[in-house]
Design a protein around this ligand. Structure first.
Ligand code: IMP
Ligand code: MG
Length: 184
């Protein structure tokens, strides 16, 4: 990371938790595993905006199969997604999921509430199969059990930014994943 623009912000960037090379290596492994598991199929990847956009862009290029993809954007009703658990769709999919082998692409599974809601919603649209790939998993914060079929990394209960993940819409473009200290 050569730029120093982030020093202007109030919160401070802590240590690198996962560097760019480590992330890239793991994304290639996930792509290879998905390629193996979906051989003979044409998976339909659904990326959850905006956090999963960077992960998704790298992941699809690591999958050596014909595939298609679509995007969905979700938000919470209250100010805090994690506390309300009420999720709403801000931008819906462009295409039907019926009869497709759907793979939901998420940046991080924290409380599990967002994913829980999305899985219910997606299942009602009658896909042939439905699986989840998440780059990061924070199991310590789980409030509801959710199935995650592919996980990039298990991480401790820290707030992280970079590689698509934001704090107040910032830091998504960091190539590494770093811990953020808020109000420090
Ligand atoms: P949930 O708590 O599992 O519903 O996660 C909701 C959303 O919160 C995730 O999709 C992320 O966008 C965001 N989130 C959770 N933990 C972090 C974090 O450590 N950094 C940045 N965003 C996070
Ligand atoms: Mg997200």
């Amino acid at each position: 990371m050569s730029g120093s623009w982030y020093r202007d912000c109030n919160e401070s960037l802590g240590p690198v938790l996962l560097d760019a090379a480590t992330i890239q290596k793991r994304v290639r492994e996930l792509g290879a595993q998905i390629t193996e598991d979906y051989r003979g199929k044409t998976p339909h990847l659904v990326a959850i905006l905006r956090g999963a956009s960077i992960f998704h862009a790298d992941l699809v290029r690591a999958i050596d199969l014909g595939l298609s993809f679509d995007f969905i954007a979700v938000g919470s009703y209250g100010p805090d997604t994690a506390s309300s658990g009420e999720v709403r769709i801000l931008k819906d999919l462009d295409e039907s999921l019926e009869g497709r082998d759907v793979l939901l692409v998420e940046d991080i599974v924290d409380t599990g509430l967002t994913l829980h809601y999305l899985l219910q919603t997606m299942l009602a649209r009658k896909p042939r199969s439905l699986k989840v790939v998440a780059l990061l998993n924070k199991p310590a914060r789980r409030r509801i059990e959710v199935p995650v079929d592919y996980i990039g990394f298990e991480i401790p209960d820290k707030f992280v930014v970079g590689y698509g993940l934001d704090f107040d819409q910032r830091y998504r473009n960091l190539p590494d994943i770093r811990v953020l200290s808020i109000g420090a």
